[in-house]
Design a protein around this ligand. Structure first.
Ligand code: CO
Length: 134
């Protein structure tokens, strides 16, 4: 069911410092920072030949990554995103197999403007999984 690894998301306290590190030290192609008010994060994408890295910095009071950064003050891997062809079919198949879909269960528009869903980390080896319709 799952296809390509779309991105690995890393939560950071300082997105400018993270961008500089990947651009200057690792020599990667790094996008501009984009504030995403509706998601409570600012994002940067690092484009690699085979996938992307997404930096997430908290934005606003109730950022969904604030607690994560409290537990991981140096930052850390927050989620991994796999592509699926049909997000509703994937959701129904996963639910039928007992996986928990976070939130209302209805896809939201993610940072790429495509429908996404998140799966409970306890059902997937302690890793928050994002599904994005390719
Ligand atoms: Co993501």
């Amino acid at each position: 069911m799952i296809g390509r690894l779309n991105h690995v998301a890393i939560a950071v306290r300082d997105i400018a410092a993270a961008s500089k590190l990947y651009r200057d030290t690792l020599g990667a192609e790094v996008s501009a920072a984009v504030p995403q008010e509706e998601h409570g994060v600012t994002t940067v994408f690092v484009t690699l030949p085979n996938t992307k890295i997404e930096f997430l910095e908290p934005l606003g009071e109730d950022s969904p990554i604030a607690k994560f950064l409290e537990r991981n003050p140096d930052g850390g891997i927050h989620h991994i995103c796999y592509e699926v062809d049909d997000i509703l079919a994937a959701r129904d198949q996963l639910k039928a197999k007992g996986a928990r879909v976070l939130g209302s269960g209805e896809p939201k528009t993610g940072a790429h403007g495509k429908p996404v869903l998140f799966l409970h980390p306890k059902d997937f080896n302690g890793t928050l999984v994002e599904l994005e319709q390719a």
